[in-house]
Ligand binder design. Structure first.
Ligand code: XIL
Length: 387
């Protein structure tokens, strides 16, 4: 009797073990391990690439980039000051390398940016007369967009043409060419690169007034019979102020115009912001003060978890509207490379991305992966609640 009972217990235990190991096998096979796979049915997952990534100076960085992302945006190397450092002298070396590399890796390129008032070459910044500006405008767009036609998936044709109140930003283009420069940029790009997707890109355009300005621009382009395929919301936000409602309203309002919505430069700063209101204007700078750099020795768990919850809330929102969203691009791979370590204050230690300085996935990464798993598999793994 006793023996029978012991045998039954053993059989039971064995069954239990097999079940458990089957269960863990199922969850292991179900466990998605890369971002681009997890979101493959939803939208592209992009990253910004810098010169080190193009030159492949860090094998681990290459590995992480290729594993997790299926789209790239050049962080700097396709800006006018790099592509045309002197009048009529183009330098395509790095851009060509990036294009070849992305092709080998099967990654789509969002080229960035044809017309932007920042990072312009000196010869353009010094221009006084309208004719010279018009000449640069046409020559630069035509030369660059022709070279990369059929090689890049999309162009940020115009970057940051708006003020916070939705009016046109003062710039050499507005000054010498008038408001029409935006339509003109799209017209010229479309003419030489008819298959490429054409986007307007800006920061804070989820904010109501600036959003209204972006809607006005998109409608102007459409009314002129020129193509615009999408709008890029940059998404440089702060962990204490992620404007969820404005973001959702923007997704809906932009999509209603018949254009794709993209989040193009996503990063979430955890550091104090030196200005009254949020900006991503690269010319805005503030002096270093120790109190502005509170986490130089490491990020407290409370902030780490808040950052993860912020990312999770955003990705849940993106998923809710995945039919309207074409791409979500992080502005870099690891915290070590983020521009936010040096902007708007130089020499700080920021933690805005999904991989840490050792290229290990952060809780934010785990949480945006977890929301793509079966609910049963994610229970208990989330860090905190969403609000
Ligand atoms: C930033 C780069 O990340 C920095 O390396 C560079 O020094 C300045 O520009 N909006 C944009 C991006 O459209 O091109 C900017 O990139 C960040 C703000």
């Amino acid at each position: 009797m006793k023996e029978k009972a012991a045998l039954l217990t053993m059989v039971f235990a064995a069954l239990l073990l097999t079940n458990c190991s089957n269960l863990s096998k199922t969850s292991a096979t179900k466990q998605l391990s890369t971002l681009k796979d997890a979101y493959k049915d939803d939208f592209l997952i992009g990253t910004a690439v810098n010169v080190n990534q193009i030159k492949e100076t860090n094998p681990r960085l290459t590995e992480v980039e290729v594993a997790h992302f299926n789209a790239v945006t050049p962080e700097n190397i396709m800006k006018a000051e790099i592509l045309q450092p002197e009048k009529g002298r183009y330098d395509f070396e790095l851009a060509d390398q990036m294009v070849d590399q992305a092709k080998r890796r099967n990654m789509l390129i969002n080229a960035h940016a044809l017309i932007w008032h920042s990072q312009l070459p000196g010869f353009v910044r010094r221009m006084k007369d309208a004719d010279s500006v018009r000449h640069f405008f046409k020559d630069h767009i035509t030369t660059v967009a022709t070279r990369y036609k059929d090689k890049v998936y999309s162009w940020d044709v115009v970057n940051e043409a708006l003020n916070e109140d939705g009016t046109m930003r003062k710039s050499i283009f507005l000054d010498k060419m008038g408001e029409e420069f935006v339509v003109e940029a799209f017209r010229l790009t479309q003419a030489v690169s008819p298959e490429t997707k054409l986007y307007y890109n800006d920061y804070n355009i989820e904010q109501p007034k600036k959003r209204a300005g972006a809607i006005r621009l998109i409608k102007q382009i459409q009314a002129a019979g020129v193509r615009i395929d999408g709008v890029g919301i940059q998404g440089h936000w702060n962990v204490n102020n992620i404007p969820m409602k404005d973001i959702e309203d923007s997704i809906l309002e932009f999509a209603a115009l018949g254009v794709d919505v993209m989040f193009t430069e996503l990063d979430i700063s955890v550091l104090p912001h030196p200005f009254q209101s949020a900006t991503a204007d690269i010319s805005a700078r503030a002096e270093y003060q120790a109190k502005m750099n509170p986490y130089a020795g490491g990020l407290p768990d409370s902030v780490q978890n808040k950052l993860a919850d912020g990312y999770e809330a955003l990705f849940r929102l993106f998923l809710k509207h995945k039919d309207k969203i074409g791409r979500v691009t992080l502005w870099g791979v690891s915290d070590a490379d983020s521009w936010l370590n040096n902007w708007p204050v130089r020499g700080r230690t920021n933690y805005p991305l999904l991989f840490d300085r050792e290229l290990k996935p952060k809780p934010a990464f785990d949480q945006i992966m977890n929301i793509k798993q079966d609910v049963s598999l994610t229970q208990g793994t989330n860090h905190g609640q969403l609000n």
